[in-house]
Write a protein that binds this ligand. Structure first.
Ligand code: HEM
Length: 492
């Protein structure tokens, strides 16, 4: 018996030491129970966890090593936990591989409490001022998109009909939006320093999620091993630190309080204001700023870039839907100007198509791990204090109690009979509750502008004679599409 509470949620039997670690063992449980997968390839970790709910119910448990993890499945249970008991379900666990790098500072992995709250409030307000105020990000996003169009065309021409992998170009553009926001600097997409920074971030995430370094979570001392991915991880961390610290030092030297350029300037001014007011416990320090910047890069780049990549892939895979989106853009925006945020609200089918892709792909399928800050009776079980809780957003978006024919791709489910956009409570790609995504508004802005601008200019098609790319994705920190290529045909 692994737990002092008798009534913890049921789940697959853990193995000694490793538990049901990393989900390695779960697919075999599923296969034993349901037989071999019909198509052999339609599963990712989140869909496997969703299947397990059929066996154990919407609230069930697994173990990573000795750590109890409770998975919440379906809209009713996820909403009940995150919205009705936010004081209990809003903490974040201390995950060794992550805490070593984040020191539990910043926002994303910071414990629930006053320091997290103050920082979230500050960043949220600052982000809003960038979205709406004088430092608007719209021109910056549009500028990046003009580069994206040129690059995609160039690469397509070079490909000789085999198509372009849009991932690097999209990832560059999205990272540049975060760079403008936090560092006040847009990089040329060919800038070597910028490219190597993006490669470092990718590699860092890849090592943390998809390499033997995941074992650091069970045996934290492995982090200090002087070889292999362990020493590579430390080197990646040193390089990223040096890059960001250079930028902060430069901001400190050139800060003009009458003319803040970006979030870093605003934060440095906040530190001074708080110091002048004799405030010491809000946690606003230059050291903390470093972790905030890291958070915005990690939370704001992969998520948005993968969402855009999914949208392109779905549009190429469902040409009839792409045609309808383009017909709507042509009618409302026309061809004489590029789309803008003022078109939002006038393109319901396009917005519905974006939402439907987000529903089916749930780019952050298990949210970011939550942790209970006290023991709670929930869903008929006892969930002890310190339990890691994974809200399975993938299962919410495929919940048959909420969606008709949940596996089918049908944007019209987000439209009423008059063709107006419907807001659905159970559509939660950004999570819900106190830890809901802080960049939701910015992300929606980017998805809208990118989708409309690219589809106004291009028809995207899958290359002929190549098998269609799978639509189940690759599960890392976010759910990314498997690498694919598309042909880019200018529409005019
Ligand atoms: C957290 C989704 C873009 C900043 C989250 C969470 C999800 C999410 C599911 C976790 C919620 C939870 O733990 O319950 C997405 C998606 C995006 C996106 C799907 C793009 C389509 C962004 C952007 C930014 C951002 C552009 C920043 C500029 C954050 C932050 C958190 C977060 C700071 C942590 C909030 C906290 O712990 O208090 N996001 N996100 N996200 N996101 Fe996003």
């Amino acid at each position: 018996k692994r737990h002092r509470f008798a009534n913890i949620p049921p789940g697959p039997k853990p193995w000694p030491v490793v538990g049901n670690f990393g989900g390695f063992l779960i697919p075999s449980v599923i296969r034993r129970r349901f037989g071999p997968e019909a198509d052999g390839s339609s599963k990712n970790a989140a869909s496997v966890l969703t299947e397990l709910a059929k066996l154990y119910g919407p609230v069930y448990s697994i173990y990573a090593g000795r750590q109890l993890i409770v998975i919440l499945n379906g809209y009713k249970v996820v909403k009940e936990a995150l919205s009705s008991h936010p004081e209990v379900f809003s903490d974040r666990p201390d995950i060794p591989a992550i805490s070593i790098m984040t020191k539990r500072k910043g926002i994303v992995f910071a414990p629930y409490g006053p320091v997290w709250r103050e920082h979230r409030k500050f960043c949220h307000t600052t982000l809003r001022s960038f979205g709406l105020g004088r430092l608007s990000l719209e021109p910056c996003i549009m500028d990046g998109l003009s580069n994206v169009k040129t690059e995609l065309l160039r690469l397509d021409a070079e490909s000789g009909g085999t198509g372009v992998n849009p991932a690097p170009v999209i990832s560059n553009a999205v990272s540049n939006v975060i760079c403008s926001l936090v560092l006040g600097h847009r990089f040329d997409h060919r800038d070597q320093e910028f490219r190597s920074m993006l490669r470092l971030m990718d590699r860092g995430l890849e090592i943390c999620v998809n390499s033997p370094a995941v074992l650091i979570n069970v045996f934290p001392l492995l982090y200090h091993l002087p070889f292999g991915v362990f020493s590579e991880l430390r080197q990646v961390e040193r390089d990223i630190t040096a890059f960001l610290k250079r930028f902060i030092a430069n901001h400190l030297e050139t800060l003009d309080p009458d003319n803040p350029r970006d979030l870093t300037d605003m934060y440095l001014m906040e530190i001074s204001a708080r110091r002048a007011a004799g405030e010491v416990d809000g946690g606003f320090t230059e050291d903390y700023l470093f972790y905030i910047i890291g958070d915005l890069f990690i939370a704001g780049t992969d998520t948005t870039a993968n969402s855009v990549l999914w949208i392109i892939l779905y549009m190429a895979s469902f040409p009839d839907i792409q045609d309808k989106v383009q017909a709507e853009i042509d009618e409302v925006v026309g061809t004489l100007r590029t789309p803008s945020l003022s078109d939002k609200g006038k393109l319901p089918f396009t917005e519905a198509a974006i939402m439907e892709v987000q529903r089916l792909t749930a780019v952050v399928p298990l949210a970011i791990p939550h942790m209970t800050s006290e023991t709670i009776e929930f869903g008929g079980y006892t969930i002890p204090k310190g339990t890691v809780v994974l809200p399975n957003l993938w299962s919410v978006h495929r919940d048959p109690n909420e969606w008709d024919d949940p596996d089918s791709f049908d944007p019209t489910r987000f439209l009423d009979e008059a063709g107006k956009l419907l807001r659905k409570e159970c559509f939660i790609p950004f999570g819900i509750g106190r830890r809901v995504c802080m960049g939701e508004q910015l992300a929606k802005m980017e998805l809208f502008l990118t989708t409309t601008t690219l589809l106004q200019a291009f028809e995207v098609r899958l290359p002929e004679g190549v098998p269609a790319p799978p639509l189940h994705g690759r599960f890392g920190l976010t759910l990314a599409p498997c690498p694919y290529t598309v042909c880019i045909n200018p529409r005019r």
